[in-house]
Write a protein that binds this ligand. Structure first.
Ligand SMILES: C[S@@+](CC[C@H](N)C(=O)[O-])C[C@H]1O[C@@H](n2cnc3c(N)ncnc32)[C@H](O)[C@@H]1O
Length: 240
């Protein structure tokens, strides 16, 4: 089942979109795209763009549009970037009436497709909508090889918004991680509690690589630097 972002969309940027993470990540992604032939002013589609947290870091270099499944996340993005085009679509079967020079899917969002079959379907859709010599950059949501169960703890302490965040990251069954959000949100003197569990596919490195190559892309780089969260696989559509 699809994990909705209805409640979280209203405070996603405050809690998750931090310049100290998004700026270096975007800078490295741009460097990688450029190294693999993506020129300035190319058409870039940001997949699972969410609230558009990465968008401001890419608009100087590319013609950017976004795609996401969540109406709520897209509503936030559209409000922030009224001049850009957004598509509502599912990674596994999206069909946008345009093709792109580059597509990126960051912060492990590909994991939300949950199954290896869906991962392979998503890579086929990505390959189908890339122009010849186009590049896809996908950041895995951890891999089976690297996964560790953990508790994530964080907080926001702004004058008019306080958030206390704890997230349980646990293996639910082979190949599926359950992340349970526990968010306490304080505004004025009110405190609300949001709890939600989402399921994320835990794919192996080989699952990612074979999905990419079987979709017709050529693996041109695997990037493992910590500035791009999760690292990145870059696939190029070398044949027309
Ligand atoms: C954790 S958020 C990350 C958003 C953004 N990539 C970022 O780094 O800020 C995951 C996003 O993936 C989107 N998503 C989940 N499943 C999806 C799917 N099957 N197709 C398209 N988007 C999906 C959610 O709606 C959400 O906006």
């Amino acid at each position: 089942m699809y994990s909705d972002f209805e409640t979280i969309s209203s405070y996603y940027d405050d809690l998750y979109v931090k310049d100290e993470e998004y700026a270096p990540e975007a800078a490295k992604v741009k460097e990688l795209l450029s190294a693999h032939g993506i020129a300035p002013q190319s058409d870039l589609l940001i997949l699972a763009c969410g609230t558009g947290g990465h968008i401001p870091y890419f608009t100087d270099e590319y013609k950017v549009s976004g795609l996401d499944l969540s109406e709520d996340m897209l509503a936030v993005a559209e409000k922030k970037f009224p001049n850009l085009t957004f598509h509502r679509g599912n990674l596994i079967d999206f069909d946008v009436k345009a093709n792109f020079d580059a597509m990126i899917c960051l912060y492990g969002s590909i994991g939300f497709v949950k199954t290896v079959a869906n991962l392979r379907a998503a890579m086929r859709r990505i390959a189908a909508q890339l122009r010849p010599n186009g590049v896809a950059l996908i950041t895995p949501w951890s891999t089976r090889e690297d996964f560790r169960e953990c508790l994530v703890v964080d907080a926001v302490d702004e004058p008019d918004l306080k958030i206390s965040r704890m997230e349980q990251v646990r293996l639910k069954e082979p190949g599926i991680v359950e992340v349970t959000f526990h968010h306490l949100i304080g505004q004025g003197t009110d405190v609300t509690y949001h709890q939600q569990a989402v399921e994320i596919g835990l794919f192996s490195r080989q699952d990612y690589l074979s999905a990419l190559t079987d979709a017709g892309l050529t693996l041109v780089e695997e990037y493992a630097g910590s500035d791009v969260r999760g690292g990145a696989y870059l696939g190029k559509r070398i044949n027309a």
